[in-house]
Design a protein around this ligand. Structure first.
Ligand SMILES: [Zn+2]
Length: 171
């Protein structure tokens, strides 16, 4: 497992002092943690939350010669996977073989016309509104663009070029 390998590597930076009965004090990156191998817990809570031993615990397992793979939660096992996906979806009979239930026919909901004139302009994206407000600087656009997909990026750049050309034409 990729995550376990990464945590194993991080375990090299942990200093372990055994307290006995599977309990350890672990120092890593200026903070101290308490690991209890018997209840599969560490005070940093990473192991408790993910079920995958974090570096603190792996460092302790080395001390006790326990393989970290054996301490991973059983929900990650192949057996659990097969159990979860073991059920089948029973195939459906042909429509001709369906029984008539004589229930109420299912109709689409009635259309209710909304009050007022429907809006003519589409709602602007937040970044478009910003652009219109005060000709934001390029850095803002770059920041925004990092969160957009390519299509939107092209639209933004075309708009900019268009306004630039108009400005030049007015001079
Ligand atoms: Zn920890």
């Amino acid at each position: 497992m990729k995550k376990l390998a990464k945590n194993t590597e991080l375990a090299n930076a942990c200093f372990v002092s055994p307290a006995g009965e599977g309990i350890f004090e672990v120092a890593g990156k200026g903070t101290q943690y308490i690991v209890d191998l018997k209840v599969k817990s560490c005070t940093c809570r990473r192991w408790d939350l993910s079920g995958i031993p974090y570096s603190h615990a792996i460092a302790c397992m080395r001390e006790d010669r326990i393989a970290p793979e054996d301490m991973v939660h059983s929900c990650y096992s192949i057996e659990s996977f097969y159990k979860d996906y073991g059920n089948i979806i029973v195939p459906c009979h042909d429509k001709k073989e369906w029984h008539k239930m004589n229930g109420r026919p299912i109709e689409p909901p009635l259309y209710v016309k909304k009050v007022g004139r429907p809006p003519k302009n589409r709602r602007k994206q937040p970044y478009e509104a910003e652009l219109k407000k005060g000709g934001k600087k390029m850095s803002f656009i770059v920041d925004t663009v990092e969160n957009l997909d390519t299509t939107k990026l092209v639209v933004v750049m075309l708009k900019q070029a268009y306004h630039q050309l108009r400005r030049l034409g007015k001079r």
